[in-house]
Write a protein that binds this ligand. Structure first.
Ligand code: AMP
Ligand code: MG
Length: 517
């Protein structure tokens, strides 16, 4: 059914007969480990695009063989499951060995297009890297990961993918609010897919332990398997590769900032070497525009991972990767050049992105003020980010009134209070768009290509979770269906673009999320 070709296992050292008990694992990149069977696997949803990419049709996805394999109850031919070893900096501090504590790789599948996809079960039971946890995942977080992976893909943002979402029939105990009141929740397993799940932390752990020969092997392997276009690099392949990682990371963060996505846990173990959005945990989507907003309750006091700091944190994470690479690369200036490329790419691509978001053909230096001023106003006046940009499209010289933007305001009193400020700003805006000399029709299509009509708002996901927990999983695919075409207005789908309702403002899952998942 699937053609496995497990290069990571074949070319990098691992433990093949090691006991599945929690411990430090040194001098290898992976440990063989079998998923722990679950009692009653049941397919809740799958992504038909991802299935098709792997050559799996509906019949295959519904087959008992596939459901069992995606639940970790049986093995597909060619699959030799394993968990990988990585470390990471968590909230700014070195945390030592982390590793795939609840993710088990089934292997690498090569499809008919000769693309390589690693398949990974998240929540399939303990591994040597499970630390003090159970290796499982709850339904609520699995729904969030399944939906958001695919939504991000459809938004055109680099991301790991999700193939399937399986209910296990087993309960998982979690203390969701960390208040000493744990409860048993339904368990689930997501099958994730990506060309590579390698993280910055895979390199960091080897550098930290001084396993430098292995670090070199992992670097060479990564370049050969995941960056084949760099093999021909004339000299200093490692520096070229690091620069490419910096470039891709910059592009990913530009895309996050464009749509109001906040990852929530940008630890270096959650940074993909391919520049993919990875590890959907307590992520969130900006409703009312606020650069200081973080969806993660653990981050509420420090706000290290808030919306506005993501570009800076991504760079900090790249610096930690550079530190690791520096242990095997004498030319540190070459690595610094990579970091400078991050700054350049971020700056060039974010200004281009913001220009497009506001409907300008190109960025002018004076746009920084225009943009900064409206971002401040949006923050003070509690304005919804997604709705604002879809309404801003409607502004033209014949309709220069904040009334056009009214639906983006959460509070009537603030609409009134800031009416004059928005009027003044809109006049500047209209002047600027006219200064570009382009037809409004072009501006509209340019803006609507970059400003999604539908994003996976926190409360939308929570509504889907509430009904799935109540035994009605069909809303999962209903939401995914809308998110498949996020830039196009879909008649009858107004409920999916509505700004956050009042009831959701402080509700758990709709405003803040804990890491407990
Ligand atoms: P995260 O902050 O979710 O990216 O996870 C950090 C580390 O904790 C990783 O090594 C995860 O594999 C591990 N981890 C998180 N949740 C669990 C769990 N339920 N069981 C085992 N390991 C976990
Ligand atoms: Mg993680």
């Amino acid at each position: 059914m699937l053609n496995f070709d497990n290069l990571f296992q074949r070319e990098l050292p691992g433990e093949t007969d090691a006991p599945n008990r929690i411990r430090q694992v040194s001098n290898v990149c992976w440990s063989n480990v079998l998923p722990t069977p679950v009692s009653e696997p049941h397919m809740l949803a799958y992504s038909s695009e991802m299935a098709a990419t792997l050559g799996l049709d509906d019949l295959a996805m519904h087959s008992q063989t596939m459901v069992n394999a995606l639940a970790g109850n049986t093995l597909l031919s060619g699959s030799t499951p394993y968990a990988t070893c990585y470390g990471g900096h968590q909230f700014g501090n070195w945390a030592g060995q982390l590793g795939d504590g609840r993710a088990i790789l089934l292997g690498e599948v090569v499809n008919v297009a000769r693309e390589r996809w690693e398949l990974q079960l998240k929540g399939a039971g303990p591994t040597p890297y499970s630390r003090n946890a159970d290796g499982r995942a709850v339904l609520r977080s699995s729904i969030r990961e399944f939906l958001c992976s695919e939504a991000m893909h459809h938004l055109g943002i680099p991301t790991t993918r999700a193939l399937s979402l399986i209910a296990t029939g087993d309960k998982v105990v979690r203390d969701m609010f960390y208040d000493g009141d744990p409860r048993a929740e339904p368990g689930a397993i997501v099958c994730r897919a990506a060309p590579s799940f390698t993280r910055f932390g895979h390199f960091e752990i080897l550098a930290a332990r001084g396993e430098l020969l292995l670090l070199k092997r992992l670097i060479n392997f990564t370049i050969a398997r995941d960056f084949p276009e760099l093999i021909a690099a004339p000299e200093d392949q490692l520096a070229h590769w690091f620069a490419e990682v910096c470039t891709r990371t910059a592009r990913m963060v530009v895309a996050w900032m464009r749509v109001g996505f906040v990852h929530g846990v940008m630890n270096t173990d959650n940074m993909s070497i391919l520049g993919l959005t990875i590890d959907y945990g307590p992520y969130g989507w900006v409703d009312n525009f606020d650069p200081g907003w973080t969806p993660n309750t653990t981050d509420a006091s420090g706000k290290r991972y808030c919306f506005g700091r993501q570009p800076e944190i991504a760079r900090w994470n790249l610096e930690r990767l550079a530190d690791a690479l520096a242990t095997v690369h004498a030319d540190h200036t070459a690595l610094e050049a990579g970091l400078a490329i991050y700054d350049e790419v971020y700056s060039a691509e974010s200004t281009r992105m913001y220009a497009g978001k506001f409907g300008f053909t190109a960025w002018q230096n004076s746009d920084a003020d225009l943009m900064g001023d409206v971002f401040k106003l949006m923050q003070f006046a509690d304005v919804d980010m997604t709705e604002f940009f879809r309404r801003l499209v409607k502004i033209d010289s014949a309709h220069v009134s904040p009334e056009v933007l009214r639906s983006a305001f959460y509070r009537e009193d603030l609409f009134t209070q800031y009416h004059a400020d928005f009027s003044a700003w809109l006049l500047r805006y209209v002047q600027r768009t006219n200064a570009g000399g382009q037809f409004d029709s072009q501006r509209v299509s340019r803006m609507n290509r970059l400003n999604p009509r539908y994003v996976m708002r926190n409360y939308l996901a929570q509504q889907v979770i509430d009904s799935a927990e109540a035994g009605e999983p069909s809303k999962i695919l209903e939401l995914l269906e809308v998110m498949r075409h996020p830039y196009i207005v879909q008649p009858g789908c107004e409920a999916f673009s509505a700004i956050r309702p009042d009831w959701a403002r402080q509700k758990a899952g709709c405003s803040m999320l804990s890491c407990s998942s």
